[in-house]
Design a protein around this ligand. Structure first.
Ligand SMILES: [Zn+2]
Length: 446
């Protein structure tokens, strides 16, 4: 006869699902300000991604100390130490990982052989501050319901919520059967992804994973991907003092900008909307940078040597690097062949970052169902379930490991812009949802 599976309620007999929820709600409400304070503490570290390097170390030391205080088993390592990383097909070369440790904390369950385990995976790196905001980038400011500053939304608030969820369960004396992991990885922004890959190759693989990237409190079984390219056109520079024939590459770039705008529209007309993106059809193409001019402004004028545009084109889960390259770059080359001024120039196209695939898991996956259940418990309404409109590291789980990964993070805005903010109440609600999800999931048999 099978021994009945020991669950959380057998081990802590005073706990029923109802009073576990009540206990979690009460604990988190009493510690709500600490959830925000932890987010603020993380935000004060300028854990900048600065390809090929990054300044995540001080923030990671703080994360490690915080997790050590919870009596978790810690694994702290630089991605480059991990065996097999550089040989892996998803490894992207050219980064320097010295002084950039990943931090993985493990709360060991009592019965890990036969129980499910859960990973909370966040990245600690942030993009640089942008000039001109109302609020400072690295000195968090609370105003009304919002917390302003770099990393509040993307994604130190989510990381703080996952850490506080573990603390909540521990302080309530909950005993889990399976392991809970909290990881804080380096090098996510600008398509790094090697930090997330390194943790997987290191062996930190749970039965399911939650990534608290800012989904706006939407449960996201999918995320988009994308590719980024620089297109550089080189002409004949100078001033026509001797009536030389100059070739201005800026005109060539102008043609391409108009063509890209048309391509964006045409692609959206011919592409079938992914069912998880029915709420906002269309895939964005962003011209992120336009550059030309050989002189510092005010010091000279001429037809510039070259002109550049940087373009980011998003894709749905399932689109491969070859698909988007043939489609988009194929189109750019065709346009270039038809435009006389570009024909007179040299054109170079190269990817700025790795191609970031989108990925998805079935909407009826057990982890989605479990998260949905506890979202509803806490928020008193079923969550919206749809695709996340951004690229992130989640594909490393969904495409390269057996760990299904779902995104659930706070509402907020201005990620990668001035005055980034997060909704503080959401961080509190997420702490509850994460705690209840971990308590449930890690007491389910495998
Ligand atoms: Zn992020």
């Amino acid at each position: 006869m099978l021994r009945p599976y020991p669950n959380i309620y057998d081990r802590t007999p005073f706990m029923t699902p109802t009073n576990l929820q009540a206990a979690v709600e009460q604990w988190v409400n009493e510690h709500a300000d600490e959830v925000v304070q932890l987010t603020e503490a993380l935000m004060r570290y300028e854990s900048l991604q600065h390809v090929p390097t990054g300044w995540e170390k001080d923030a990671q030391v703080f994360v490690a100390e915080t997790l050590r205080g919870l009596n978790l088993e810690l694994d702290i390592f630089e991605p480059s130490e991990v065996e097999g990383l550089t040989e892996h097909q998803a490894y992207w070369p050219g980064r320097d990982y010295s002084n950039r440790p990943n931090v993985v904390a493990i709360w060991r369950g009592e019965n890990l052989q036969s129980s499910k385990s859960l990973m909370f995976s966040s990245h600690i790196d942030v993009v640089a501050a942008v000039e001109g905001g109302r609020f400072p980038a690295f000195s968090p400011v609370r105003q009304g319901e919002k917390l302003y500053g770099r990393g509040s939304n993307d994604m130190k608030g989510g990381l703080a919520a996952s850490i506080m969820a573990v603390r909540c369960l521990q302080e309530l004396g909950i005993v889990l059967q399976g392991d809970v992991y909290v990881e804080s990885v380096v090098d996510e922004e600008m398509g790094g992804s090697n930090g997330t890959l390194a943790s997987r190759l290191r062996g930190h693989n749970a039965t399911a994973c939650i990534v608290p990237e800012p989904t706006g409190m939407v449960v996201a079984p999918a995320h988009r991907g994308g590719g980024m390219w620089d297109i550089i056109i080189t002409g004949q520079p100078g001033m026509p003092f001797g009536a030389e024939a100059l070739i201005n590459p800026v005109y060539g770039i102008g043609h391409l900008i108009v063509a890209i705008e048309k391509w964006e529209q045409a692609r959206n007309e011919r592409t079938q909307t992914h069912p998880l993106y029915a709420h906002a059809p269309g895939l964005p193409v962003l011209v992120c940078r336009v550059e030309a001019g050989d002189f510092v402004p005010g010091t000279g004028n001429s037809v510039p040597t070259s002109a550049l545009i940087e373009v980011w084109a998003e894709v749905y889960p399932g689109t491969t690097q070859d698909d988007i390259t043939n489609d988009f770059i194929g189109y750019i080359k065709q346009v270039a062949a038809d435009v006389p001024i570009i024909q007179k120039c040299e054109m170079d196209i190269f990817p700025v970052i790795r191609f970031l695939p989108g990925s998805e898991i079935p909407t009826d996956s057990p982890i989605i169902q479990t998260v949905n259940r506890h979202f509803e418990q806490v928020k008193q309404q079923a969550p919206e379930v749809r695709g996340a409109p951004f690229a992130c590291d989640v594909y490393m789980f969904n495409l390269y490991t057996d760990t299904p990964c779902v995104l659930l993070g706070p509402r907020g805005a201005n990620a990668h812009a001035i005055d980034e903010w997060v909704m503080m109440d959401d961080l509190v609600a997420l702490t509850k949802i994460f705690a209840l999800t971990a308590a449930d999931w890690c007491n389910q048999p495998k």
